[in-house]
Design a protein around this ligand. Sequence first.
Ligand code: ATP
Length: 250
Amino acid sequence: PAADATIRWQLLDSVDSTNIELMRSVGAVAESGIKVCLAEQQSAGKGRRGRQWASPYAQNIYLSIALPFSEGAQKLEGLSLLVGLVLVETLEGGGFSGCTLKWPNDVLLDGRKLAGILVEIAGDLTSECVAIVGIGVNVLMERPEDAIEQPWTSLLLSRQAGVLDRNLLVARFIQRLLDSLEVFRQEGFSPFVPAWQRRHGWQGLQVVVEAGTTRQQGRALGVDARGALRLETDSGEVSLHGGEVSLRLE
Ligand code: ATP
């Protein structure tokens, strides 16, 4: 059971990026199992598509978890959505309400960006690979940061009476993630679809999805068992996969 899994911890004062740090030791992870990296600050925190993640000292959670997947990368479909869901459930358990998910994997609170998730995959994509799950959660941050170009918030700014102890939140998140991964490894994302959709901020709403030069407009129906966004368009239902797409309300 997940509770017995051996976890190696790396606790750092400062790092370029917790994901990059784990990338450096991917070989060891493939051999000996789960490794967690936590830092008080990141000098080069990463978002998706080369974007920056603002990571001021001792204010937020900067956490990456390296997970060996012997089944290969095709088994990882939906993993980043699962991580978002587990994070929202952890925050709800910590007394925060009003967290929603924006496909594929943003976590919003009061409609503002609270957390980012970056899943990277290293190794042989057809067999032995390591998934590096990175999360940044704004906990105590109150001041604007240069790297943030969109509405954001933190748990402290929400003024809700929830848990602000970063260590406790991290411990609960990891416990919950490892438990959920037991199911995910067997059955994939499909058992988590209803719970994800309950927290979907744009469920049933008209949205515009932009991927490079193409643009799709439609009603967000939810997600499928592979984590794709289901969209009802004028020409029928389409499924959009994550990656190079960005989503906004119409
Ligand atoms: P989007 O959220 O715009 O759809 P994305 O999902 O690709 O894009 P991420 O990679 O999750 O974005 O995050 C990077 C973006 O998040 C940055 O461009 C910046 O605007 C914003 N950002 C950076 N640091 C923080 C932070 N600490 N809290 C909230 N937002 C941040």
